[in-house]
Design a protein around this ligand. Sequence first.
Ligand SMILES: *[C@@H]1O[C@H](CO)[C@@H](O)[C@H](O)[C@H]1NC(C)=O
Ligand SMILES: *[C@@H]1O[C@H](CO)[C@@H](O)[C@H](O)[C@H]1NC(C)=O
Ligand SMILES: *[C@@H]1O[C@H](CO)[C@@H](O)[C@H](O)[C@H]1NC(C)=O
Length: 479
Amino acid sequence: MLAVCVCWMYCFIAFNQALATTEPPTSSSPTEKVNDYSQIESKFALRTAEVPDDDTCYLLPGQAETVSNCNFNHTSKTFVVIHGWTLTGMYESWVPKLVDALYKREPDSNVVVVDWLSRAQQHYPVSADYTQLVGRDVATFIDWMEEELNYPVDNMHLLGYSLGAHAAGIAGSLTKKKVNRITGLDPAGPNFEYADAPSRLSPDDANFVDVLHTYTRGSPDRSIGIQKPVGHIDIYPNGGSFQPGCNLGEALLLIAEKGLGDVDQLVKCSHERSIHLFIDSLLYDEKQSMTYRCNSKEAFEKGLCLSCRKNRCNTLGYKVNKVRSKRSTKMYLKTRAQMPYKVFHYQVKVHLFGKKNWTLTNQPFLVSLYGTEGESENIAITLPEVSTNTTYSFLVYTEVDVGDLLMLKVTWEKDSFFSWSNWWNTYAFEIRKIRVKSGESQKKIVLCSKDAAHSYLQRGKGPALFVKCFEPIHSKNHD
Ligand SMILES: *[C@@H]1O[C@H](CO)[C@@H](O)[C@H](O)[C@H]1NC(C)=O
Ligand SMILES: *[C@@H]1O[C@H](CO)[C@@H](O)[C@H](O)[C@H]1NC(C)=O
Ligand SMILES: *[C@@H]1O[C@H](CO)[C@@H](O)[C@H](O)[C@H]1NC(C)=O
């Protein structure tokens, strides 16, 4: 496992060395596109709902009969799936899963898988260069469909993963008419982070470009997924750098349970999460994850970005609201570690009163939410700082749909390390009201201390309880 992991990471990241030693592929400029179909190396397999895991019928540009032979449906939309770099030279296990999910959601659609495996199996930088040629192949295919077969480009949705996202972008920039949509699934970072828009995925490659960034860990030139926004809407789940359930410990646990079959997938867990988030949006129509526009991941962590006004929130994945602003929009959300990924986001705002002037850092709290539909207990929160007579805002999220919030419980836990000041002091704050805003319902509620005018929140002691206030509250009042 470790060996595979290290090797994979090495192969992917060590593109600099490889660049120095490997000849780049000889290629004519991608802009001089010719209608010589014999130059096309990529293969276009129209998969079926019955056999989502195998290429059984190929659409051959220039040969119109292949389209009817493969039972291509001219009145339905077409999804074009483009894979990324591969160590093994084989399709990865996500391909049939995505194909299957697309057919489950759109049974009449055409799902075309682009096979560029031989070019994708080279040293990373060589394969990265090949995305230009693959993009040109795909563009030629799309133009042929449009010109020779009158298939509307407006029905085309390209989905590209990793290097495939950039191939989709190149394709989109070369077609005679713009394709309807490109979804970039964690577009590759190395060789593309600093590339010009024409040689990578960018917003002008389709009428609408949405991008999921799920593995952008590390410095920009080393990050496996591209860090900068490259679409109309760029979503950074869980901050974008790394995904829950993907650390090595968790991966090893999964291997212990499920065996070594999916090692490949585990190694690329965060990278591939982009695909599974999209699959999730296809399969769990009733559990659509919401995303929220935010300037930074830090502001999102404070719960400051849960607004839905002026298109500030959106749904993740297939049913995205196609909002196109001039500048690309960064969106954030939290997710579960498994499908269905949806969670419910809350902003909690609280003012900590006190007689004594205290400032403490990295304090652990437990928050429990009780609502009309259910409850979610002991959600762990760490506040970077708590200080007397200061207002704090933070994000709380849970996979449980609690409905309308009725009651909230906070416990201030002892932090783990011992200090003399901890020994002598009983840290406590007084809380009068807690303001909560739900991202999913957009409802705001003010909770008051359950028994008295205020509750004491004492470190290491029992919880403070807050219930929906009875009196009308002046919403601008800050206490
Ligand atoms: C083609 O798709 C349309 C919907 O777009 C559907 O009504 C029709 O039945 C499909 N045709 C075939 C042959 O499956
Ligand atoms: C905090 O504010 C209250 C008034 O709201 C005041 O009585 C108290 O002394 C202040 N505490 C500190 C430490 O300044
Ligand atoms: C509380 O401490 C902060 C610095 O930690 C200081 O700026 C502030 O003036 C203090 N307030 C009172 C009322 O002592």
